[in-house]
Write a protein that binds this ligand. Structure first.
Ligand SMILES: [Zn+2]
Length: 454
C-alpha cells in the first residue's frame, strides 16, 4: 500500500512537494511467476540506467510474472544532474540524512518476500576489462559490465549470480554494435574483501547480505544516452527471459528505436488533462501559458522522469537530467462545461478532446461554439477577437508564436468568458502527417465529480 502511495504522490500531487520521493511501479502478468525488481537512479547522473527503467514503465507489458520498477531512486540528484552519495549509505544512514526516508522505503521494497532478483542499473566510466588494455579499458573502469558481489547466493531461486550474468553477457554481446562494446563480468568479491571498499556500503550488497540475489548492470558513459539505454534494455530482457518473465513491448529494440521512444515519451498533461505537451522539442521559453488559477501546477505524465519545478515566478519542465522549457503561467479559473472542440482538419470533420495533439497537413478550422472564444496563438485577423470558423493555413501562423522550436506546433486555446476551457495543439510537422493523432481522453466534469465522491 505504501508503494502505491509513493507513486500517486509523484504523479498527482504538485511536483515540488514530492520531488524528494521516488516512484514505484508494479506490473504483473495474468500468469503468475517470479518477481524481478529493477532499481535505477541511485546515482543521479547516470541517465542510461534511469531511461531504461522508465522505458519499462512506459513501453512494456508483462504477461507472466512480475516486474517491479523504481526508475528514479535519488530523484533530487537526477534533477540536480549530480551523482550524489546515496549508494554509500546502504550500510548506515543517519536519520537526519536527506536520503534517509528514500533509503528506508527502498530497503523495505528490496527485502519484500516476493522479490526474487534485483537488478541495479548504472552508467559506468570507460570500459571494464579484467586486464589492462588502455586508460579507458582496464580493471578500474566500470562501463559495459555486469557486476556481482559474489559468485552465488545459495538457497535462493536465482542465486546463481555468475551463471545468470554470464548468460546475459553472451546475449548482450550478440546484440552489440561492435566488439568494443562487449560486456564483461566484474566480480567485486565484496564480502571476502578485507578492505573497507565502497561496495560494502552499496545498495547491491545490502540486497545480497539480506539474502536477495542482486546484479548491477553498467552501460558505458562513453556512449550517448540512447545507446546506454539500449544496452541496459538488452541485458534486462535477457534476465527476464532467464527468470521466465514473459513480456511484450511496443517498439523495436534497436539503437534507433530506443532513441525515438526516449524523445516521444516526454509527455506531460496539465489542467486536469485539458492540456498535453510534448516536451522534447519545446521552445526554451513559453509565455502567457494558461494554467488553472492560484494553485501550483498539478500534472500527470506517463513517464516517471518528467516533472515540473518552480523557478521564481515561472516553472521549468524537467525530463531526467534534461532541463527543458520555462513556462510563464497566466492563471485562469477552469471551465469544465465542454471537453473539446469540433475541428475541420484537411477537409475532415472531427470532434477533438482537449489535450490532443492533432497532425495537420495543409489547413484546419475550429468550429465556433456559442459562448466560447477560440484563440489560435500566432494567428491574427484584424477586427476579430475570436479565431473560430477561419480556415487557417501554415503560412498564416507567426512562427515566433509556435510552442516548438521549429515553428511547426501551435496552441489552440478555448475560453468561456474569463475561464479557460482547454487546449489542442495543431502539429504541422511533415513526419507527424503519417502518425496517428495523439488523442487525449479529457475527463468530463461528470467523471471528475464522480472521482471526487469515490
Ligand atoms: Zn552508478
Amino acid at each position: 500500500m505504501k508503494s502505491i502511495l509513493i507513486l500517486l504522490c509523484l504523479l498527482i500531487v504538485p511536483a515540488q512537494l514530492c520531488a524528494s520521493e521516488f516512484s514505484f511501479h508494479q506490473k504483473s502478468g495474468l500468469k503468475s511467476g517470479p518477481t524481478l525488481l529493477i532499481i535505477a537512479g541511485v546515482d543521479g547522473d547516470e541517465p542510461g540506467g534511469f531511461h531504461a527503467a522508465a522505458t519499462l514503465v512506459t513501453r512494456y507489458q508483462i504477461e507472466q510474472g512480475n516486474l517491479w520498477i523504481v526508475p528514479n531512486l535519488n530523484f533530487p540528484a537526477i534533477l540536480d544532474r549530480v551523482r550524489g552519495t546515496m549508494n554509500l549509505k546502504f550500510a548506515n544512514v543517519s536519520k537526519n540524512d536527506p536520503n534517509y526516508s528514500s533509503i528506508k522505503q527502498v530497503k523495505s521494497i528490496i527485502t519484500d518476500p516476493l522479490v526474487d532478483l534485483l537488478l541495479n542499473l548504472h552508467d559506468g566510466s570507460g570500459f571494464y576489462h579484467p586486464t589492462r588494455i588502455s586508460s579507458q579499458r582496464n580493471p578500474d573502469r566500470w562501463g559495459q559490465s555486469c557486476v556481482i558481489d559474489q559468485e552465488q547466493l545459495p538457497g535462493t531461486q536465482f542465486g546463481q549470480l555468475r551463471k545468470m550474468a554470464e548468460t546475459t553477457i553472451q546475449r548482450v554481446n550478440k546484440k552489440a554494435l561492435t566488439q568494443d562494446h562487449y560486456f564483461q563480468m566484474k566480480n567485486m568479491a565484496t564480502a571476502s574483501t578485507k578492505d573497507d571498499i565502497p561496495a560494502k556500503k552499496s545498495l547491491s550488497f545490502y540486497a545480497v547480505s539480506h539474502n536477495k540475489p542482486a546484479i548491477a548492470i553498467e552501460a558505458s558513459k562513453k556512449h550517448p544516452v540512447y545507446l546506454r539505454t539500449y544496452y541496459h534494455l538488452v541485458a534486462l530482457e535477457s534476465f527476464m527471459q532467464q527468470m521466465g518473465i514473459q513480456f511484450s513491448r511496443n517498439f523495436p529494440l534497436t539503437p534507433a528505436g530506443v532513441e525515438q521512444i526516449i524523445k516521444e515519451d516526454a509527455l506531460i498533461s496539465l489542467a486536469e488533462g485539458r492540456i498535453q505537451l510534448e516536451l522534447n522539442n519545446m521552445r526554451a521559453e513559453i509565455h502567457h501559458f494558461p494554467l488553472p488559477k492560484a494553485v501550483e501546477p498539478v500534472f500527470t505524465s506517463p513517464n516517471p522522469l518528467v516533472t515540473i519545478q518552480p523557478s521564481k515566478d515561472r516553472y521549468r519542465f524537467h525530463y531526467g537530467n534534461n532541463r527543458l522549457a520555462f513556462l510563464e503561467p497566466e492563471y485562469f479559473e477552469l471551465d469544465r462545461s465542454i471537453d473539446g472542440v469540433e475541428m475541420l482538419v484537411d477537409g475532415v470533420q472531427q470532434q477533438v478532446s482537449f489535450g490532443s495533439i492533432i497532425p495537420v497537413d495543409k489547413q484546419f478550422r475550429i468550429n465556433n461554439q456559442k459562448g466560447y472564444r477560440i484563440n489560435v496563438v500566432g494567428f491574427t485577423k484584424p477586427g476579430y477577437s475570436n479565431d473560430g470558423n477561419f480556415q487557417i493555413r501554415y503560412n498564416q501562423l507567426k512562427k515566433s508564436y509556435s510552442i516548438d522550436n521549429t515553428g511547426q506546433i501551435y496552441r489552440v486555446e478555448v475560453y468561456r468568458k474569463e475561464r479557460f476551457s482547454g487546449m489542442v495543439l495543431v502539429d504541422f510537422r511533415p513526419e507527424s502527417a503519417t502518425k496517428e493523432s495523439r488523442l487525449a481522453q479529457t475527463p468530463s466534469a461528470n467523471q471528475l465529480a464522480n472521482e471526487r465522491h469515490n
